[in-house]
Ligand binder design. Structure first.
Ligand code: BGC
Length: 392
């Protein structure tokens, strides 16, 4: 495989990083995750607290990304900041996200906001969350509230981050290392309906915004005697969500590892390769998964272009991050050479940030001192930025 350069991917290919609101902003006080983390009997090992103070330091983060040569910046808009109490909108927080979009634009970064990334306003969650009969309507009201953000330079929007994981978490899953449990059926159905309603709503009100969502896609690799079991295994876990992308302008693929599947008495069971090198999250370090994930996604979504909206590795060793990402990008390029229509790559993550209950896994291109919040770029930031293709 040839070495990577800024010519590896075509002009106009999206190139940048991803972060999420709750994981970076800090003090997300009105959210259900905050309530869960701070409850007296919390099952969450470590709370997010100030996170990495992204709520105040967003400009520094944008400048770091732009300064490294990135062209695209995926970040989260937090519903619980826009509507901290039922029906009470925060105009100041709408303006906050609007400033991020405007500044990104000034710096030559295309902002790609995500509307929902796991967290919900506490008032909404406490009253049934996605199981509320008016859940979709209430989400669309939030989408209306952020119109001023979308109207000042947003080209693309991700409606929901990993709807399949939202439904998996709703099924009560905590340890995902032994493969994904079957997603909660009701929540899966709500996610599908929510996405469809949101994209139609956006198309009506913001016709130029390109809509998509980011599906968690693993590279499933069945043993020879498990081939016939894969279709049923994969369908509820990601395929049904990829199928629903057929009406979108693009689909986000978020890929980290592979899932090897064995035949266990006629049932598909995910297993770890014996002796595999594991990352800090306990996943097999398997960079080629990105190639497998986009190839399978492409077979499902047909001619909808793919954007890799997340890919990366939790490691304390930045050289390992560069090695892993090199191989992942080579696998991505090989899939494109075989005809897979990929239009961009957004690395998870710009920053070492809050990893849902834990601080130890570090996915960032930039380290953050958690006492001072000072940002310390790792060599991988400049390395990845230097591979940015020519802007389109
Ligand atoms: C999520 C991120 C998370 C990352 C690494 C994705 O599932 O969207 O929030 O930090 O994976 O675990």
């Amino acid at each position: 495989m040839t070495a990577l350069s800024s010519d590896t991917f075509p002009p106009g290919f999206l190139w940048g990083t991803s972060i999420g609101a709750h994981q970076s902003e800090g003090n997300n006080l009105a959210s259900d995750w905050w309530a869960l983390e701070t409850a007296a009997d919390s099952p969450i090992a470590q709370p997010s607290g100030d996170a990495v103070d992204g709520y105040h330091r967003w400009n520094e983060d944008l400048e770091l990304a732009a300064g490294a040569g990135m062209h695209d910046f995926r970040f989260g808009i937090e519903w619980s900041r826009i509507e901290p109490a039922d029906g009470r909108l925060s105009v100041a927080n709408v303006q906050h996200y609007r400033r991020i979009v405007q500044r990104a634009d000034e710096l030559g970064l295309r902002p790609l906001p995500t509307l929902h990334h796991f967290t919900l306003p506490m008032w909404f969650s406490r009253s049934g969350g996605w199981r509320r009969p008016d859940a979709i309507d209430r989400f669309l009201r939030y989408v209306d509230a952020v119109a001023p953000v979308l109207e000042c330079g947003v080209e693309r929007i991700e409606t929901i981050n990993e709807p399949n994981i939202v439904a998996v978490l709703a099924a009560g899953a905590t340890d995902l290392s032994a493969g994904l449990p079957v997603p909660d059926r009701q929540i899966s159905a709500v996610m599908l309906e929510l996405h469809d309603a949101t994209r139609q709503h956006l198309k009506r009100n913001h016709p130029s915004v390109l809509t998509g969502w980011g599906v968690s896609v693993q590279d499933y690799q069945p043993d020879p005697d498990a081939q016939s079991l894969v279709a049923d295994y994969v369908h509820p876990r990601d395929e049904v969500f990829l199928q629903a992308s057929r009406g979108d302008d693009w689909v986000g693929v978020q890929a980290y590892t592979r899932g090897r599947i064995k035949n266990s008495d006629g049932h598909a069971q995910v297993y770890l390769t014996p002796g595999a090198t594991l990352t800090q999250t306990g996943w097999e370090s398997y960079p080629d998964a990105l190639g497998g994930a986009v190839r399978r996604a492409a077979r499902v979504v047909g001619d909808v272009p793919i954007i890799v909206t997340e890919n990366g590795i939790a490691t304390a060793d930045d050289d390992e991050r560069i090695r892993f990402t090199t191989q992942a990008l080579q696998a991505l390029r090989a899939a494109m050479d075989d005809g897979v229509d990929v239009r961009g790559y957004l690395h998870w993550s710009l920053l070492d940030n809050y990893e849902w209950g834990r601080w130890e896994p570090t996915f960032g291109l930039v380290a953050v001192d958690r006492a001072t919040f000072a940002r310390h770029p790792k060599p991988s930031l400049a390395w990845l930025g230097a591979l940015a293709p020519t802007p389109g």
